[in-house]
Design a protein around this ligand. Structure first.
Ligand SMILES: C[S@@+](CC[C@H](N)C(=O)[O-])C[C@H]1O[C@@H](n2cnc3c(N)ncnc32)[C@H](O)[C@@H]1O
Length: 231
């Protein structure tokens, strides 16, 4: 049974939703951070970087798992940095900024921000051709080295040996998660360093709980829930 399949995010583009988002941000983050976020969005708009929301319905998708996926929602930079800081404080020196791997990477927001946080290399796997192409454009526009987006179904992907953090932002349901976990377990045999996994808004955590160790769980004011695992 799919858990959160093909969510429709169209309503989140409406003016009323954005106004509510603005008020919520003011309440949660205060004027300073909200202003910073608005300026950042404006800067991206000016230089042509696109991290906007998108439904998957009309996109060209490689593989057979379109029905198991959620919509595209891009991670915000401040939120991702907060997650890294939590992991850093839990894992200490075992938290290594070698390679960040985002499985279901959309328009490349998380892989770009991870590089900005200090990861040496950053890689995203995205099965929708159009989103992968936007990610490539975003990387080019921001002139960032060491960030790669690949157009592939997550079930066909094995993270490389230097992976130190795997990121999942509620990309798919249990059916796909089961296969992805199998691939991660196989790939892990050749990992050089210790590796952690961050799972935002989990809908298929059972598959991970069975094989990986939970490091910590967090709930955020904006309603996001996050699980941190050690592989
Ligand atoms: C909620 S978005 C998160 C995007 C990105 N990780 C971020 O944080 O900005 C989930 C993404 O996973 C992708 N996705 C879903 N199922 C996938 C699969 N089987 N293989 C590869 N990508 C997938 C979707 O197309 C979507 O772009």
């Amino acid at each position: 049974m799919p858990t959160y399949t093909n969510a429709d995010v169209s309503h989140r583009k409406s003016i009323s939703y954005r106004f509510k988002e603005f008020i919520d941000s003011l309440k949660q983050n205060g004027v300073g951070l909200t202003t910073k976020k608005i300026f950042r969005r404006f800067y991206y708009y000016i230089i042509g970087v696109d991290f906007s929301l998108q439904n998957l319905h009309d996109l060209n998708i490689v593989g057979d798992h379109a029905k198991n996926a959620t919509a595209l929602v891009s991670t915000s930079k401040d939120f991702l940095f907060e997650l890294f800081e939590i992991l850093q404080s839990e894992a200490g020196e075992e938290f290594k900024k070698e390679r960040f791997v985002d499985i279901g990477s959309g328009k490349g927001a998380a892989i770009i921000f991870a590089k900005e946080f200090g990861f040496k290399r950053s890689l995203g796997v995205e099965f929708a051709k159009e989103l992968h192409e936007i990610a490539q454009k975003n990387i080019k526009k921001l002139a960032i080295n060491g960030v790669v987006s690949i157009n592939k179904d997550a079930t066909e992907y094995f993270p490389p040996r230097d992976t130190t953090v795997i990121f999942l932002f509620n990309p798919f349901d249990r059916t796909v998660m089961r296969k992805v976990v199998k691939n991660i377990l196989k790939a892990k045999e050749s990992f050089i360093d210790s590796c952690y996994l961050i799972y935002v808004n989990p809908t298929a955590s059972k598959e991970l709980d069975e094989v990986f160790e939970i490091v910590t769980k967090k709930e955020f004011k904006n309603g996001a829930k996050v699980l941190f695992y050690k592989l």
